[in-house]
Write a protein that binds this ligand. Sequence first.
Ligand code: NDP
Ligand code: MG
Ligand code: MG
Length: 331
Amino acid sequence: MAKMYYNNDANLELLKDKKVAVIGFGSQGHAHALNLKESGVDVVVGLYKESKSWSKAQEQGLEVLEVAEAAKASDIVMILVPDEHQKKVYAEHIVKNLEEGNALVFAHGFNIHFSQIVPPEYVDVFMVAPKGPGHLVRRVYSEGKGVPALLAVYQDYTGNAKELALAYAKGIGATRAGVLETTFKEETETDLFGEQCVLCGGATELIKAGFDTLVEAGYQPEIAYFECLHEMKLIVDLLYEGGFEKMRYSISDTAEYGDYMIGRRMITEETRKEMKKVLEEIQTGQFAKDWLSENTMNRPVFNAVKRRELEHPIVEVGKNLRSMMEWIEKK
Ligand code: NDP
Ligand code: MG
Ligand code: MG
């Protein structure tokens, strides 16, 4: 069993005389800044002057400065701008404001692991990565609970990096739910693998393939949508609550028999072989290189595929059906 850390393993006092700069005020940024503040930590938000987040952060009672000033004023700098912008923000505004013994913190290992950011040797470098979207990190904290997180130390200059990381994790509420120690390598590679093969890429292609098969066979697209997409959540909720056992307990025996017989015909040996290949491309840095070069070229492939995906019939069908389901939260 992996070692887990909880509230009693972390000491918020370690943050008492320190100032934390949260760079960015998006999904994770707003959650970290507000949770830390409510945990009694001295927080400043770092943004660029024209950012639409600037007034939002101020309205919620937070001090806001430009990135360089925020980094300069603080001892701990948490970088929560999008991964593909971090290298530039770091080089232009942060590195020259890091003093000896400061800490540089991440919520995802990509830029460190793939050498986009190479920090000076005189700072601590660690990661506190909540395993959930930022809006949940905030909401769940307000309810007195927490979203679990991963913790990793990349560089321990002060000898205190892990304790500091645990204190930070406590400040955002993560030690209420459990914090697991990992490495930047493990977090980065498993995160990319999960989103590509299972959670995002795997799930959407599976749904689309099911939807297309039914529609091409002449069934109503609305039925196909409910069956292949809408019901996915209901099944995933059961998986989340009680694993495969609870899901299989809850479905009919017919569904359970179909699950056992057919699942392996969908995810075949060939699919597993392809997964290994994808993992290899992540491990060798091939994926990182492709994604970084996409970004230097204004994302030609990303934009083209995104456009094509939006033209898929499941988009229109889904829009209409969801508009009738008032209980589905609209953004
Ligand atoms: P978002 O895209 O939600 O937020 C980005 C924020 O950074 C915005 O406030 C944006 O301002 C600001 N920003 C953008 N460019 C700059 C810049 N040049 N200088 C200063 N501020 C800038 O990011 P996420 O919260 O999704 O991701 C942040 C980090 O957290 C990433 O490392 C990600 O991998 C990690 N992470 C994210 C999770 C999530 O739930 N989304 C889950 C776990 C980890 P503006 O409002 O003006 O655009
Ligand atoms: Mg990810
Ligand atoms: Mg059914």
